[in-house]
Design a protein around this ligand. Structure first.
Ligand code: AMP
Ligand code: MG
Length: 532
């Protein structure tokens, strides 16, 4: 591995963050450097540098994330910033590496996977002491790239950049995104898997999180029978990322697993509330911190449909469909529990963790029902009320986001479906469900006579749980089309809208509309492939 150019010590970028690189300092690494594809045993990371690109250009960045890291506007605008976050230069003390993990993909053990197109630049500490790992996605090959190129195309990078930040602003736990850099290089992709690969513009996202450790990091040493390495990683993860946990031995491990389970429940409950479908919930895409990670063929529910998945690769079995996400997360936690079992004499604490997932999810589901419907609490009949509503939304082909937002404006003294007229995609289907829907609305309105609360209380409660703006697939695609034609301003504008998803933002109706007809079947707007 040759030395990478470093930014001069004179620029602020060189000393804004302090890098302690704890992961590579504390855990065993691969003795071989460079990107030769290989199986890496007995090590959790491999040293590898980003591969330089032709002409890095900053297309967009997150002001909030730059601020959290301490980068001011001049630093962000500097050529050194684009160079570092495009993979052409390093800040002194960065120690780039790709990490080693496995995973269950679509229900089957897949062996070693690893960071095939992600390279961590370093673990930085911001001025406030918060830990942020900076990771480039699409920075070139690593030992884990297998047959692929380690690169990412602009369309998928825009989607990851925008959605990471949108999810953060929606209040759903997620990895973050600092920057989106165009590389100036073309990347070949067969977008429709039909043998017609074509060049596309390349890009790199710098994503940021306190840790990018995944369930699959624990599964790989378990699958290889390397219990010592497994235990070392568990001890490291608890010490670095869960320092508030007390105790030792199995009691500590059990408390930690339970927290991973409850955090995962919080994340999935957030997805279900806002209508987010991850699309590839393989265990290598599950964060140990309970963060939404690896934005690939994800999508947002337009017309409510628990069976919908945006991922063409999963079109047959629909394993990762919207309505199955809570149970898939539980299954994934089961794979993690299996991997951790060698550290436990008795499986009871692992079972307790899985039970904690189910209990936490059930509790949050009730909280979501109350919040989405604007109720002070959720009774058993409200659970049934929501179930009936879901049936009507599906049968009537009703837009999930528009419906719940619009429902806040219902006059409970004179309930009418007209208040959510915009949310229907098909007039005939509306007519079909009208009668049942009116009955549902009457029951719903009646519930508020019992609470005795004002309409404003209900409305405010609903507006904190039901966003007006979500990152609909077609909105992202419009920004992508413009960016591919050379104009990234649509990305910046969309990011700005998504910064305040629960606010009315008058004048921005164009971003709050339902999916237009043209977007129903267009690639990128309805279905997405993993080819990114
Ligand atoms: P994903 O489905 O995106 O989570 O990726 C699954 C595995 O494939 C991970 O190990 C990725 O690093 C790897 N991978 C995906 N795309 C590429 C690519 N273009 N180059 C190298 N590795 C990739
Ligand atoms: Mg992945």
């Amino acid at each position: 591995m040759t030395e990478a150019p470093q930014v001069p010590a004179s620029v602020p970028l060189a000393h804004t963050l302090r890098f302690d690189n704890r992961f590579v300092q504390a855990l065993p690494g691969d003795p071989e450097a460079g990107a030769r594809r290989r199986q890496v045993e007995g090590a959790l990371w491999s040293p590898v540098l980003p591969t330089p690109v032709a002409s890095p250009r900053l297309l967009a960045y997150s002001a909030e994330m730059a601020d959290a890291l301490g980068f001011d506007a001049d630093t962000v605008a500097s050529p050194e910033f684009a160079a570092v976050f495009g993979g052409n230069a390093l800040v002194p003390d960065m120690k780039p590496y790709a990490s080693n993990y496995g995973g269950h993909q679509f229900g089957h053990w897949a062996g070693q996977l690893g960071d095939g197109r992600a390279i961590t630049l370093g673990e930085g500490l911001a001025a406030d002491g918060r830990r942020w790992e900076l990771q480039l996605k699409g920075a070139g090959p690593t030992p884990y790239s297998r047959t692929a190129d380690g690169r990412a195309v602009l369309r998928s990078s825009v989607r990851e950049f925008l959605c990471s930040e949108a999810m953060h602003h929606l209040g759903v736990p997620t990895t973050r995104a600092l920057s989106l850099v165009g590389t100036g290089d073309a990347v070949m992709r067969d977008m429709f898997y039909d043998g017609n690969a074509a060049p596309e513009p390349g890009a790199i996202v710098c994503r940021v999180a306190p840790s990018f450790i995944r369930f699959g990091h624990f599964e790989l040493p378990f699958a290889r029978g390397d219990v010592a390495l497994l235990q070392q990683l568990v001890d490291f993860t608890i010490a670095r990322d869960f320092p508030h946990l007390a105790g030792e031995g199995e009691a500590l491990y059990g408390a930690w697993f339970a927290e991973v389970c409850t955090r995962t429940a919080v994340m999935v409950a957030g997805w279900m509330r806002v209508g987010f479908v991850h699309g590839v919930m393989n265990t290598d895409n599950m964060s140990i911190l309970g963060l939404t990670i690896d934005y690939g063929p994800y999508g947002w529910v337009d017309d409510f449909d628990p069976d919908w998945t945006p991922n063409t690769t999963d079109a047959q079995g629909r394993r990762y469909r919207f309505g199955w996400q809570p149970r898939v997360a539980h299954w994934n936690l089961g794979r993690l529990a299996q991997a951790l079992a060698p550290l436990f004499g008795d499986v009871a604490p692992l079972q307790a963790g899985l039970d904690a997932y189910a209990e936490t999810y059930a509790r949050l589901d009730r909280e979501t029902i109350a919040a989405k419907l604007g109720l002070p609490d959720c009774r058993d009949d409200d659970v049934e009320r929501m179930q009936r509503l879901h049936g009507l939304l599906q049968a009537g082909e009703v837009d999930m986001t528009l419906f719940f937002r619009g429902l806040a404006d219902l006059d409970t003294a004179a309930p009418s479906l007209d208040v959510v007229a915009d949310a229907f995609y098909d007039a005939a289907k509306r007519t079909h469900v009208q009668g049942e829907f009116d009955a549902w609305l009457a029951g719903y309105a009646g519930r508020f006579q019992e609470t005795g609360e004002t309409g404003d209380t209900r409305r405010n409660r609903m507006h904190t749980a039901n966003p007006r703006f979500v990152m609909r697939n077609y909105l992202a695609q419009q920004a992508i089309d413009r960016a591919e034609a050379g104009n990234p301003s649509g990305i910046v504008e969309l990011l700005d809208v998504m910064r305040r998803p629960y606010d009315e933002q008058p004048g921005r109706d164009a971003f709050a509309g339902k999916r237009p007809d043209w977007a129903r079947t267009k690639a990128g707007c309805s279905m997405l492939s993993c080819s990114s």
